[in-house]
Structure formats: structure tokens, C-alpha cells
Design a protein around this ligand. Structure first.
Ligand code: ATP
Length: 141
């Protein structure tokens, strides 16, 4: 019998530079990969991949869904363990909607001035993307 055969769940850890945001045994986890979402089930093949700004969905052992907004990062799946190491992560219910709306307004002001010297349009686009993602995920709390 292979070592992985008895594995019936995925232990999912979401880690940021500030600490552990989620540590959960799950039936399934969906992560935002660069070329689309990646569904991770127990006994998934080992992977290391980068992940992008998006949503992480975790189907818990009692069948509930948890939603997180994440920034860029990496995922590593090995045996029964999925480790997501990301710049930022917020559970849907912890997202500050006013703050995200303010971030979008600020980014759009910068984007209106994109033609001017010294304005970092890429940074403004990234900021708007993060904030829009947070609003999308907050709607699922
Ligand atoms: P802001 O301009 O509002 O700081 P940002 O996109 O620049 O937004 P980040 O650098 O991605 O912020 O994140 C900095 C920290 O603030 C992280 O810990 C992140 O989880 C948290 N954070 C950012 N926006 C929100 C939000 N709307 N709700 C809850 N936490 C947030």
C-alpha cells in the first residue's frame, strides 16, 4: 500500500509574513493559479506553483465553504499538506469593505494621472486589483 492511500483530507495552511491565517483540514481546496484555478483534493500529486491575487475556497470536513482573499504567493502540496505562502490573506468575514473601496478610489486617481512623469501605473493597477478582489471575496462572507 502506498503511503498516500489512507489520506482522506487536505491539511491546508495559509501563511503570510504576519502569521498563520488559516489552518484547516479540508475535503477540497481551490487556489488561484496563474493559468486558472487549481482544485486540490486529498492525494493530489505533489506540486509547487506560484499563485496570483484571487480567491481561495476551502471545503471543510463538515461541508461548509470558507473563502479567503489572497495576494500573490506560492503553493506547495505534498502528502496531505497544502501550504500557501502569500503576501496577504484575509478571511471573507475579516475584509474591511470601506478600506477596499477607498483603495480603489485612490488607485483610480493615480490611474487618471498615468501619463504624468513619476506615476507608477503598474503599482496603481495592482492595488486596484487587490482591492477589487477583496470586495469580490467579502461578498461571499
Ligand atoms: P491599503 O491601501 O488599504 O493598505 P493594500 O492593497 O495596499 O491596501 P496590502 O499591502 O495588500 O494592502 O495589505 C497590507 C495589510 O493590510 C495586510 O495585512 C492585509 O491583509 C491588510 N488589508 C489590506 N486591505 C484590507 C482590507 N480591505 N480588509 C482587511 N485587511 C486588509
Amino acid at each position: 500500500m502506498e503511503a498516500s492511500e489512507g489520506i482522506k483530507n487536505v491539511k491546508c495552511e495559509v501563511v503570510t509574513p504576519e502569521g498563520l491565517v488559516l489552518d484547516e483540514h479540508a475535503q477540497m481546496v481551490v487556489i488561484p493559479g496563474e493559468v486558472g484555478e487549481i482544485g486540490v483534493l486529498p492525494r493530489h500529486a505533489p506540486i509547487v506553483t506560484n499563485t496570483i491575487v484571487g480567491e481561495v475556497r476551502v471545503k471543510t470536513m463538515d461541508g461548509k465553504m470558507k473563502h479567503l482573499a489572497v495576494g500573490n504567493g506560492y503553493a506547495k502540496m505534498q502528502y496531505d499538506r497544502l501550504m500557501l505562502l502569500v503576501d496577504t490573506a484575509e478571511k471573507a468575514e475579516d475584509i474591511d469593505i470601506d478600506r477596499a473601496e477607498e483603495a480603489i478610489k485612490r488607485a483610480e486617481k493615480w490611474l487618471d494621472q498615468c501619463h504624468e512623469a513619476g506615476v507608477d501605473c503598474y503599482r496603481a493597477q495592482q492595488s486596484r486589483n487587490r482591492a477589487k478582489n477583496r470586495l469580490r471575496v467579502a461578498g461571499k462572507a
